[in-house]
Every structure is written in C-alpha cells, then in structure tokens.
Ligand binder design. Structure first.
Ligand SMILES: Cc1cc2nc3c(=O)[nH]c(=O)nc-3n(C[C@H](O)[C@H](O)[C@H](O)COP(=O)(O)OP(=O)(O)OC[C@H]3O[C@@H](n4cnc5c(N)ncnc54)[C@H](O)[C@@H]3O)c2cc1C
Length: 456
C-alpha cells in the first residue's frame, strides 16, 4: 500500500478547525473529503462561502509567545506546520502586539491551499445526520453554529444536551468618521506588533465625568429582548457584553476594556481617566472595531450611546454588535483523549464544538484531530502532545482536566499548564514564570514532534 492510498478521512465543516484538520491529515499522506455546507446552506454569522471565514473579530489575539498563552499556541502551531497560522502570518495587519489579519485575504489563502492539495476533495453539501457507517473515520468540526439536523442527531446519540450560550459581536466603525482631533493612534505601552508599528490602535479618551455619563447611558439603554430558550443561558466570562460588565460595578470597565494603562493623551500629556480602543479590521485600514465592546443593546441604542464617546460623535457604523448562539459538547464526559466520541469511536470532534473558545483554540484542536485521525489511519500510535505544551494543556483540559458538571468553553491560558518543577522559580527569576513555562513548552513540543517524525 502506498502512502497516498488509504481510504479518506471525512471531515464535516470547513471552518477554522476543519480546514486545519484537513491540512494536517494530508501532510501525513492521508486523503480527505471535506464536507462544507456553505453555498448550499448558510449560518447565522457567516457571510461568504469561503473556507475558514472569520465570523467576527479579525484578531488571533496576542502574538507574544513568551508571555501570553495564545501567543505560545500560535508558535506551537507554526512549528506543527499549521495552515491557519501560515495564512494568518501571510495576511497580518498592524495591531500592536496582536496577530490581526485581513479576513478576506486570510480565508482565500486557506481555501486556495486546500483546493490546490491533490489529497483533498471539497464537497459543498450539508451533512444532515450521523455520517453513514462506511465513513469509518470522521472528524466533526461544525462549530458553534452546527446545522440543526446534525446537532439534533448528535444530541440523540450522546444522550447529553449540548449547551447553548451567547457570543456577542462588537461594532465596527468607518475610520474616516472617527475624529482624530480628539482620538489618537497609540499601542498600549507603545508595544510593537508582528505586522506593524507601535501605534496601531485608535484611542478615545474619557475624563471622569464623561466616563460616569457613559456608564449611566449604557446601563439605561434598551437591550435586545431574550427569546425564551436564551433566557436561562449563561454568558461565557471571556465574552461578556459591555453593558453586563458595566452593571458589575462603577470601575469594572475602567479595569477591563476601558483601562487607560500604557496610554498617554498627546493633547494633555497625561493618562486619561478611561480609554476606548479601536483596532484596524481590514487591510485597507478603512474599518475599525471597538475592542471588547460586544453588546446586546438595540441597534438604535448602540448608535446613540457609542456616539457619546469622545472622537466617535459622528461615527458611522459598518456593523453593529449582536448576539449569537454557541453549541458545544460536554467533552470531559463524551470524548476520549484522542478526541473520539466514546460511544462511537469512528467519530472525532474538533474545534469550538469540543468546548474550546476562539479562532486559534478551534484551529489548534483541528490540528490535533487531523494528526490523530491520520496516525490512526496509518496504523501508528496517536500520542497526545505533552500537557506542558499549549496544545497538550488545552487538549487535556477539555478531555480530562475540566469538571464535567460545570464545563464551559475555554480559552488557552497559563492556568491550564502543570506547574514548573519545585525550585525552578527562585528569587532571582520570579518575574520569569511565564517565559519559563513557554520555554519548557517549546522544548517538550520539539521532543514530541521528533518522536512523531521517528514513528512515521
Ligand atoms: C457570532 C460569533 C462570533 C465569534 N467571534 C469570535 C471572535 O471574535 N474571536 C474568536 O476568537 N472567536 C470567535 N467566535 C468563536 C469561534 O472561535 C469561532 O466560531 C470559530 O470560527 C470556531 O471554529 P470552528 O472551526 O469550530 O467553527 P466554524 O469556523 O464555524 O466552522 C464550522 C463550519 O461547519 C459548517 N457546518 C456546520 N454544520 C454543518 C453541516 N451539518 N454540514 C456541513 N457543514 C456544516 C459551517 O458552515 C462552518 O463553515 C465567534 C463565534 C460566533 C458564533
């Protein structure tokens, strides 16, 4: 049998996770059939038919591999030959210390790479139920907006109710409508990013009176009514609507998305009382999104309240904020360490549906699922990455580490990593904990990749 002859792995969903899984499987020489429904059936959030479309923000978050867990995850994925990171790096935009991308260029690059790969067949079709028995290796990567037929079939098969909660979208403003007499360009602490300079954000300053008036308006503004099924659904803490955060205390926003640290208003030479930041959203630099301002205010109220922000008085909005459903499995109960459904092992899951949160985390679990499925197909051991790596820590959390009773979607963070060995942190290096964890991760990843290469 030649390396290109095994039967295909079927991947359902050509988003961040499914696209990465397909790429990884074909790197190992295993063919893939990628089933993507868009062009036949849309979702509530996608607006194109392109694979790996980013439905909201254009940011992959921090690219700092030494001090930030998602930056470390980027680096690990690069070292694993990730298609998603390759396309992101090729289409990055100025964004301070973050890895932000031109969403159209990024998605087109992912699609072109998969279309050009001879081992990939892309089928534009909806998978409406549990895949047929002759698909003996399947990766389900249908994301937070899994089509209802498949979602119902999974619920029936697992006997567990998938949970639903809100993902809230932040508004986008046309750059030319921002008043730069009041707002100014600066990155926090003038930090230089991977794709740009040290002044990638537009900052709108508020003094104390403006901040308090803004807070009051946020709290009093009319919110979108909940539908019955939504009313009892909890928010994910990492994606709280701005008005919910505002309701938690007078200073909550000033210590959260409106924090002024590392910023100096050039007109006063001082740090403002509070700041609202906007980040570039497209390659042309014509659109800026209001960072951290996901919201469920009614559209007319969003315009009224956000135009109270100094510099945004005349703002025109390319997109207003909104609310969205999420669907995810209770993975600690349902999945094994190789992401296989315990009750039907030919089915693997990947992406947001496994209970990770975010573009990068979804793609990371796709990367692992693709590698695991390919190794299994080739009769090789599918060893998981060590839990000391970001990939391994995330995988371990969703499959074994998390408490199944309270399982909620998770971003990668340093809290998921095992502690450093006793004595590793001394008085001299105690500020170096994160870089030390990161260095250990990359060293352990290299060993894992070396071991895998030797096995293949
Ligand atoms: C509205 C919204 C906003 C979000 N904003 C952000 C954000 O700003 N930043 C961030 O990091 N994360 C965000 N997320 C969370 C998450 O990271 C993204 O949804 C991410 O795209 C998940 O990747 P995925 O591959 O799991 O799913 P997706 O990228 O959604 O891919 C799933 C694919 O499966 C297809 N599909 C679904 N059902 C079927 C079927 N039955 N048959 C065939 N194909 C099917 C879909 O069309 C889609 O292409 C957001 C999520 C939502 C819903």
């Amino acid at each position: 049998m030649t390396r290109s002859s095994p039967p295909p792995i079927h991947i359902v969903g050509g988003g961040l996770a499914g696209s990465e899984a397909a790429w990884q499987a074909t790197r190992a020489g295993v063919p893939v059939v990628l089933h993507e429904m868009r062009s036949v059936r849309g979702t509530e959030a996608h607006v194109t038919d392109t694979l790996a479309e980013l439905v909201c923000s254009n940011s992959f978050r921090s690219d700092d591999a030494e001090n930030n867990a998602v930056g470390l995850l980027h680096e690990e994925m690069r070292r694993c030959g990730s298609l998603i990171l390759r396309a992101a790096d090729a289409h990055k935009l100025p964004a301070g210390g973050a890895l932000a991308v031109d969403r159209h260029g990024f998605a087109a690059a992912v699609q072109q790479a998969l279309e050009a790969e001879p081992l990939v067949e892309i089928r534009r079709e909806e998978v409406t139920g549990i895949p047929p028995a002759d698909w003996d290796s399947v990766i389900i990567a249908t994301g937070p907006l899994t089509a209802p037929g498949l979602a119902a079939a999974i619920r029936q098969l697992t006997g567990q109710d998938s949970l639903a909660f809100f993902d809230a979208i932040a508004p986008i403003v046309y750059r030319e409508t921002i008043d730069l007499e009041k707002a100014w360009f600066q990155s926090r602490y003038d930090k230089r990013g991977p794709g740009g300079g040290d002044a990638d954000y537009i900052n709108c300053p508020l003094d104390q009176a403006q901040y308090l008036a803004f807070l009051e308006a946020l709290l009093a503004a009319e919110k979108t009514e909940f539908k019955e099924w939504e009313a009892s659904t909890p928010y994910f803490e990492g994606c709280l609507p701005i008005e919910v955060m505002a309701g938690r205390g007078v200073d909550t926003l000033r210590y959260g998305p409106m924090k002024p640290v590392g910023l100096t208003d050039p007109r006063t030479g001082r740090r403002p009382y509070a700041v609202i930041q906007l980040r570039q959203d497209n390659a042309l630099g014509t659109l800026y999104n209001i960072v951290g301002f996901q919201t469920k205010l009614k559209h007319a109220e969003q315009k009224r309240v956000f135009r109270m922000i100094p510099g945004l008085e005349e703002a025109e909005f390319a997109r207003l904020g909104g609310l969205h459903r999420n669907t995810f499995l209770n993975s600690p109960v349902l999945l094994d360490a190789g992401l296989r459904l315990r009750v039907m092992k030919r089915l693997r899951f990947a992406g947001q549906i496994t209970g990770v949160e975010g573009y990068v985390e979804s793609a990371a679990i796709g990367l692992l699922a693709g590698r695991f499925a390919a190794a299994e197909r080739l009769g090789l051991a599918a060893a998981a990455p060590p839990p000391t790596t970001a990939l391994g820590a995330l995988l371990a959390h969703i499959t074994t580490g998390a408490d199944a009773k309270t399982f909620q979607p998770m971003n990668v963070n340093f809290g998921l990593f095992p502690p450093l060995p006793e004595g590793a942190i001394t008085r001299a290096n105690r500020g170096e904990r994160k870089p030390l964890v990161a260095r250990r991760a990359l060293a352990d990843l290299a060993t894992w990749l070396g071991e895998r290469a030797a096995a293949e």
